[in-house]
Design a binder for this molecule. Structure first.
Ligand code: NI
Length: 210
């Protein structure tokens, strides 16, 4: 499947040369603003990809990570609210929010794609959701509190929405400069990643052609 090709190339090369995990994209990278596409193939590739997403999320000490954040524009995220018996650990594929529950509550949020910025965001306390698990089974459940918050934050990533879009006008004005700086960095890095991907393709072609 072509969506994976680029990431495998880049990720493979990073593993060989840098021993690094997937790279988390930073605000300013266009992939974070795209509406992601549905996942159709529930195969071994998907399983490998999800495993790597979990280890990347844990490496960065996040509680959620959406596929677009590692450059793959698919409707998929992983989350772990770090509860007993892995209760809050989920692979969420092709999610829908069926209903918002309870009152809007304000909590501080951060995002691996917007490092060092933490702001209060209002969101409904609970959500009724439907999604598929790693085997394609449909799950319907109600989430509340921290799990509901993570779910909504990650769901937004699949729509190209970032939490800083949802903060107050005053706070937006106050972090405008920091965001602009980050966005410039994210945009540059996206270009570098694309260039590296193209170079690897050329290099691969040469290898194949001998
Ligand atoms: Ni995020």
């Amino acid at each position: 499947e072509c969506v994976y090709d680029k990431i495998w190339f880049y990720w493979g090369i990073e593993k060989i040369f840098g021993g690094m995990k997937m790279e988390v994209r930073i605000i300013g990278d266009p992939v974070l603003r795209k509406k992601a596409q549905a996942v159709n193939n529930f195969d071994d590739e998907l399983e490998k990809f999800v495993e790597e997403m979990f280890s990347t999320m844990y490496l960065y000490e996040g509680v959620g990570l959406a596929a677009p954040q590692v450059g793959v524009s698919l409707r998929l995220f992983v989350m772990d609210s770090r509860e007993e018996n892995n209760k809050g650990k989920k692979v969420v594929i092709n999610p829908e929010i069926l209903e918002y529950l309870g009152e809007e509550v304000s909590e501080e949020e951060g995002c691996l794609s917007i490092p060092e910025i933490f702001e209060d965001v209002y969101r409904p306390e609970g959500v009724k959701v439907r999604y598929q698990d790693i085997n394609g089974n449909v799950i319907e459940e109600e989430l509340h509190g921290y799990q509901a918050r993570i779910f909504q934050h990650e769901y937004d990533h699949l729509e190209g929405i970032l939490f800083v879009d949802k903060i107050s006008t005053l706070r937006k004005a106050l972090i405008k400069k920091d965001l602009a700086k980050l966005s410039e960095k994210g945009k540059q890095r996206a270009k570098e990643i694309k260039k590296l991907g193209d170079e690897i393709k050329i290099w691969q072609k040469k290898m194949i052609l001998g």
